[in-house]
Design a protein around this ligand. Structure first.
Ligand code: FES
Ligand SMILES: [Fe+2]
Length: 387
């Protein structure tokens, strides 16, 4: 087994000594609480109604509230005596009022009234809580988790989400009891598929995908995304004294699809029309975009670090708009099959494994080329503009 030393030849954020030994991600400059200064999805839009709502994101506790289609995000702590604004009320238009003494804040975080001090109070204009840019798109609430002026939403998120005239989306979400970095690594580890997902409904009638691939990292050159190319590989192997993998099964009679197009990806509509360079791309600040060669469907799995030990995963299914009947068919197919088969069962197989990972020293091997590439990519490009 080849041993690869994490951190070798890296620039910013390289940890040394004990920190690098116990937190291998730190060696690459991947912070525990996620990457700041990006837009993130935080909540399904329907979950935010007339009452303020608490959300955790990148280790911070925020309160969300809405006024019609306008949504607002503030630090959840009242500057008066620390009560949680999320336990208060939206008593006046486009504001949230603290449950303790009624200090009332607008969407910019400015105190506009201190109810228990009466209308003559001097607190308004002096008290303020931190506010975050927030918006409602694609059935989700999004927040710019950072400081300074946020980039335009459309410029920061994948085109599949921003371009609503070409794609519509159906989203689901699941909370994972693990650090975000463990989940992001899962997406660039091409070798776990045949082992973890061998009995997934999506692959049930197909041969188990090849393993022992020769992996290489493809930098997409945009400062935002990279992919992993896998070539060669074997479909089965005999392990002396143990037996064969995978065990042969009567139901694997269909031809493989999806992965089978790997060799001629550059001929696909996904590449030609949408410039998708690899079938899966890992993208900052923490998502994987899985493309189908026909480019009529993409899956974005976008993670939101909640705190050091919890991560929310949004499965944002992007369907190309191809007329009303096709949209109905896509929605029914998602509701009856895909949402269950992929977002629930397939992702659930990964969830079980990644939640079991104990972060500590690692012995990386040939299967880990992609995740080393990803960690290096984050260390080099997080917070930086495209070249
Ligand atoms: S603690 Fe919020 S108004 Fe007093
Ligand atoms: Fe997986």
């Amino acid at each position: 087994m080849d041993e690869i030393t994490p951190g070798a030849g890296l620039g910013n954020g390289v940890a040394t000594g004990r920190q690098a030994a116990t937190d291998p991600f730190a060696a690459f400059g991947l912070p525990v609480l996620g990457l700041r200064d990006y837009w993130y999805p935080v909540l399904a839009a329907w979950k935010l109604r007339g009452k303020p709502k608490k959300v955790m994101a990148l280790g911070e506790e925020l309160v969300l509230f809405r006024d019609g289609q306008n949504v607002y995000a503030l630090d959840n702590r009242c500057p008066h005596r620390g009560a949680r604004l999320s336990l208060g009320k939206c008593q006046f238009k486009a504001t949230v009022s603290c449950p303790y003494h009624g200090w009332t804040f607008n969407g910019a975080g400015e105190c506009v009234a201190a109810i228990m001090e009466g209308p003559e109070s001097k607190i308004p204009g002096r008290a303020k809580v931190k506010s975050y840019a927030a918006t409602q798109r694609n059935g989700l609430i999004w927040i710019y988790l950072g400081d300074g002026t946020p980039p335009a939403f459309e410029d920061d998120v994948p085109n599949l989400i921003a371009d609503r005239s070409t794609f519509f989306t159906i989203s689901a979400w699941t909370d994972y009891a693990c650090n975000w970095r463990v989940l992001a690594d899962n997406w660039t580890n091409e070798h776990h598929g045949p082992y973890v997902h061998g009995n997934a409904p999506e692959l049930f009638f197909q041969p188990v995908p090849p393993f022992n691939l020769t992996l290489s990292v493809v930098d997409h050159g945009n400062g935002r995304s990279m992919g992993v190319r896998g070539e060669g590989g074997i479909n089965s192997a005999e392990f002396p004294g143990l037996g064969s993998f995978p065990p042969s099964k009567w139901h694997r009679f269909m031809k493989p699809h999806g992965r089978g197009v790997r060799g001629n990806w550059h001929e696909t509509p996904a590449y030609k029309e949408h410039g998708v360079q690899t079938p899966t791309q890992s993208r900052l600040p923490g998502m994987v975009i899985v493309a189908r060669p026909h480019a009529e469907y993409f899956l974005i799995q976008w993670l939101l670090p909640i705190d050091a030990n919890n991560t929310r995963l949004f499965n944002i299914n992007c369907f190309k708009r191809m007329g009303l009947w096709r949209e109905i068919k896509d929605r029914v197919h998602y509701a009856l099959y895909r949402g269950w088969a992929h977002d629930w069962i397939f992702s659930g197989q990964d969830k079980k494994v990644v939640e079991s990972v104990i972060i500590g020293p690692e012995m990386l091997s040939r299967t880990d080329v992609g995740l080393i590439g990803w960690r290096r990519f984050v260390g080099r490009h997080a917070h930086k503009d495209a070249p």
